[in-house]
Ligand binder design. Structure first.
Ligand SMILES: [Zn+2]
Ligand SMILES: [Zn+2]
Length: 599
């Protein structure tokens, strides 16, 4: 089946079962300070899964563009990609297990045509006060009976502990804070009998084995419980279903292909890599791995650029740069010359033109940025090579420095050293690398569990404080002040805004006083849903340059601040504590940056 056909059928299947189709949001979350990328279909829906009313109703379905930076190193096997499209359907306090499990099964076996004998499921085996999910087990047995199968536990249905089959934003039940929802899930695996189990992954093969014989294609999460203050779990009054499925993996399954890179969407890229390198995909392990990495990184970087993240040294742009450079380095191993990434970007934009259209000017800008990045990196590699020639012995730490300064990949350092009959210490390089690797930190385990970022209390409070800061800056410096960016860790907030000169110590003092006096007023924080135009008309601040959906949330902090934002926020300002600016500096031309804390 073609990718576009599967997209269409999934949406149609759930539309016929009362679901409203909601659009994919940008890969770069709208004004969400807590995470760099949209990594699942669930992520933009969290406020609604936590109880807010969704304007489109209780049954939703979509296909969400997703990106997971933490999977970069895993790319190269038959199924891992950093960018992917996630099929999602949700019940917000509507249907539950009894509807969800038969529907998913029907979709996979009847609509998509997968052989039910090759379909395996896992359920929660119970832990602590929560027993085994016998409801799901019984349902699965009934479901398999409808296709004439006598599915048994331990053969077709497998129970696993919380580590594998429990979802909450903080992981296993004992880690959930009071008030946090969570619940069991049921994963679906498709078997490729032609893939031989690799004993490197354990003695015996099983559905959760990483050898590639069983591929996870989807997961139904059942938000069923809430953590109480006394540590117990009680049944939620509003129970939700969150389903996530892998579009590319499903398309591959319909072709009886264990290799996702063989689906239609990758074919033009693979073909151009084959003709440019003179090597055949699948002919040898090493060049196949290189081609997969280039396919994935080329597609992911292009899709991220289409959503506004151009290569840079910061945040999302840094990840885009890393993807492009990594792809170029693997291209060199295939003997490819400069320019091939721009060709790949062109092919990706063509393949996705129907599902995610890009305006012609933007298309040109993406291709230009890709080409520039290729030239820049090739020049840097040249410089790095010269540097290396000057160094008598290449240590792991030096190799890392070259990586940091020139983007010089580890593998090339190793190769150079090898030519001289030397060896570089990989553990030393990796230790250095780990120290610097903070960008791809994201919570979430399992491919389709959501991959949510930390919405911890401290982050939420600091984010709420940025609304106060934004308004206070406008009061003190003038209404030309507009938000240009924001980044929050558990310790501090960072806020970028338009202003052409240094903010004086006096002005900073005034800003602090205003923010703290609003905190002391104990203002309530509330939101309403409205159209973007109406929000702007009534004076709500927005992060201009962002793309907003038709309906937006406007957060009001008492009578002091009104801002379009996705949340989440503290309930009232008195919860924030004392606000203090710790640093003020230039960010770029005409943009200042403030760091601040709450204590
Ligand atoms: Zn295996
Ligand atoms: Zn906000």
């Amino acid at each position: 089946m073609k990718t576009s056909e599967l997209r269409r059928r999934y949406l149609e299947f759930f539309r016929n079962r009362g679901h409203t189709v909601i659009p994919s949001v940008s890969l770069i979350p709208d004004n969400d300070p807590t995470t760099l990328f949209t990594s699942s279909g669930m992520q933009p829906l969290v406020p609604y899964l936590l109880g807010q009313v969704h304007p489109e109703g209780k049954r939703l379905v979509n296909i969400q563009k997703s990106f997971r930076a933490q999977d970069i190193e895993e790319v190269g096997d038959n199924r891992h990609t950093t960018f992917f499209e996630m099929l999602g359907n949700w019940s917000l306090g509507d249907y539950f297990k009894r509807e969800q499990l038969p529907w998913v099964f029907e979709f996979l076996t009847k609509e998509v045509g997968l052989d039910p004998k090759r379909l395996y499921v896992s359920v929660f085996e119970g832990q602590g006060s929560i027993g085994k999910d016998t409801e799901a087990i019984e349902l699965w047995k009934e479901i398999y009976k409808t296709v004439g199968m006598d599915a048994k536990e331990g053969e077709q249905i497998f129970a696993y502990p919380a580590k594998k089959n429990w979802w909450s934003r903080s992981g296993e039940p004992e880690n959930m804070p009071p008030g946090e929802p969570g619940g069991p899930d049921s994963e679906l695996f498709f078997e490729f009998p032609n893939v031989q189990h690799d004993p490197a992954f354990g003695e015996k093969c099983h559905v959760n084995c990483d050898c590639g014989r069983f591929v996870e294609i989807g997961n139904s999460v059942f938000m069923q419980y809430k953590k109480e203050a006394d540590g117990s779990l009680s049944e939620l009054s509003q129970k939700n279903v969150d389903f996530g499925g892998g579009l590319e993996r499903l398309v591959a399954a319909t072709l009886d292909e264990s290799d996702v890179f063989k689906i239609d969407i990758f074919q033009p890229i693979v073909a151009s890599l084959e003709s440019a390198s003179g090597k055949k995909y699948g002919a040898d392990v090493e060049s196949t791995r290189c081609m997969r990495i280039i396919c994935d990184h080329g597609r992911a970087s292009t899709m991220l650029m289409a959503d506004g993240a151009l290569p840079s040294n910061k945040a999302q742009g840094y990840v885009v740069r890393r993807l492009i450079r990594r792809a170029i380095r693997f291209g060199r191993l295939l003997g490819l010359q400069t320019g091939f990434m721009t060709e790949i970007a062109r092919s990706v934009l063509d393949s996705y033109a129907e599902a995610y259209p890009v305006a012609p000017e933007k298309r040109e800008a993406i291709l230009a940025a890709m080409s520039q990045e290729e030239t820049k990196f090739n020049n840097m590699l040249g410089k790095g090579l010269k540097e290396i020639e000057k160094i008598p012995t290449l240590t792991g730490a030096l190799a890392f420095k070259l990586f940091e300064t020139y983007g010089f990949p580890w593998e090339m350092s190793e190769e150079i050293a090898r030519e001289r009959g030397q060896q570089v210490d990989r553990t030393e390089f990796e230790a250095e690398f780990k120290k610097h690797q903070e960008l791809s930190r994201t919570a979430g385990k399992g491919m389709f569990k959501g991959g949510l970022a930390d919405h911890g209390e401290a982050v939420v409070k600091l984010h709420t404080a940025t609304h106060l800061l934004h308004q206070a800056l406008r009061s003190v410096l003038g209404v030309h002040v507009q938000q240009k960016g924001s980044n929050i860790t558990g310790e501090r907030l960072r806020f970028d805004f338009s202003h052409s000169q240094k903010v004086s110590p006096d002005e900073i003092k005034k800003v602090e006083e205003i923010v703290n006096s609003q905190i002391e007023r104990d203002l309530p924080i509330s939101f309403k849903l409205t159209s973007y135009e109406d929000a702007i008309k009534e004076g709500a601040l927005a992060f201009f340059g962002e793309r907003y959906p038709e309906k937006v949330k406007v957060y009001e902090i008492g009578d002091f601040s009104k801002e379009i934002c996705g949340g989440p926020h503290a309930e009232k300002t008195s919860l924030l504590g004392k606000f203090a600016v710790t640093r003020e500096e230039a960010s770029s031309a005409g943009v200042r940056r403030i760091y601040a804390t709450l204590s």
